[in-house]
Design a protein around this ligand. Structure first.
Ligand code: SAH
Ligand code: SF4
Length: 342
């Protein structure tokens, strides 16, 4: 699939560099509704653009609003008919976080995740990732909702590190063309060893925050709930985390481990003890506990009391820990609930 920029360079092979920049930045003008509005281009160029390059990479949308009005989920129909979901959540009053998808479906098949049940249909293009941001920027403007998008989490459908190039391109473009800064974008990964290594070597990697979906510090349990992970995935994550912290870590640039709380599976004090050991021997890493959101899987969420006991145990042992507030459960917009059917 050709990107808008690739199409542009074919359409205007002799376009100077500043025209390419204008082309890229025109995606970040939510007040424009088509190439006709892109007044930075002369009329003949606008006409050629209008004829040859789709303004947006989705055509139809459906939006669900949570009762509390602090989260919205959109189903976007892409130009080829594939569907993806993306979420808008209030972080503080008038400031918004968006959750974007990186693939149609996901091949990793984690047992607790609705997207995992879909399998992988395809990777999203960089335009399709950027356009989830555009979709919400347009939405905020049209709905006259107060505030702007300040944070992005790449935690929607798909495993972003299996779509390294396009995710990287999309995040770099957003960083270049919006006010959003590197530490306000987080990418969540189940841990794809080759791609994680690539990040360490990649001079052009946009240095955004990384969250690793750890979910257990016991190799056998992790393998059971994430069947596609390797037998030594914990060892790999530990080694990689050490290298990452050495290279990139500082006060504002931290590494995060996500930990889904599954009743009777990974939520005992013995599990917390293993996690403390893993985190403290690996480095100064924040832990985010995620209450399990229902997806029709065999699992149940740990009770509030169990989550609190787990949290207190980590805190007592000096692990920096937070519990994720779950938004959008009533519209199946919470972590792990994103899945689409044709
Ligand atoms: N593929 C990436 C990013 C998408 S999932 C990853 O797995 O990290 C984003 C986060 O939602 C991950 O931490 C994932 O473990 C979590 N998640 C998946 N299913 C969930 C569920 N049913 N309830 C709560 N969190 C879930
Ligand atoms: Fe894929 Fe992440 Fe869901 Fe696992 S949790 S199936 S990696 S989207």
């Amino acid at each position: 699939m050709q990107t808008r920029m690739e199409k542009f360079t074919i359409l205007f092979p002799n376009a100077p560099a500043y025209r390419m920049k204008q082309m890229e930045s025109s995606a970040f003008r939510p007040e424009w509704t088509s190439w006709n509005d892109a007044s930075i281009f002369p009329k003949d160029m606008r006409e050629a653009l209008e004829k040859n390059i789709p303004w947006l990479s989705y055509k139809k949308t459906q939006i669900l609003e949570s009762k509390s009005r602090d989260s919205y989920k959109a189903l976007l129909k892409l130009l080829d008919g594939d569907m993806i979901e993306t979420v808008l959540m209030a972080n503080t009053k008038g400031l918004w976080t968006i959750c974007v998808s990186s693939q149609v479906g996901c091949p990793m098949g984690c047992l607790f995740c609705a997207t995992g049940k879909m399998g992988l249909k395809r990777n999203l293009s960089s335009d399709e990732i950027i356009d989830q941001y555009r979709f919400w920027a347009i939405f905020l403007q049209e709905k006259k909702l107060e505030g702007a998008i300040t944070n992005i989490v790449v935690m929607g459908m798909g495993e972003p590190l299996l779509n390294y190039k396009n995710v990287k391109e999309a995040m770099s473009s957003i960083l270049h063309n919006t006010e959003i800064g590197q530490t306000h974008i987080s990418i969540s990964t189940i841990g794809v060893p080759a791609a994680l290594e690539m990040i360490l070597e990649d001079k052009h990697w946009p240095n955004i925050l990384i969250a690793i979906s750890l979910h257990s510090a016991d190799g056998a349990i992790r393998k059971k709930i994430i069947p596609s992970s390797s037998d030594d995935s914990l060892e790999q994550i530990a080694q990689w985390s050490k290298k990452y912290i050495k290279k990139f870590g500082n006060r504002s640039h931290f590494l995060m481990y996500e930990y889904i709380m599954l009743k009777g599976i990974n939520d005992s004090i013995a599990d917390a003890k293993k996690l403390v050991k893993f985190v403290t021997t690996t480095g100064n890493i924040k832990v985010n506990l995620i209450p399990y959101n229902r997806t029709g899987s065999e699992f149940e969420s740990s009770s509030d009391e169990t989550i609190d006991a787990f949290f207190q145990y980590l805190k007592k042992h000096r692990v920096m820990v937070t519990v994720r507030k779950s938004l959008g459960n009533d519209i199946s917009a919470a972590c792990g609930q994103l899945a689409t059917k044709k």
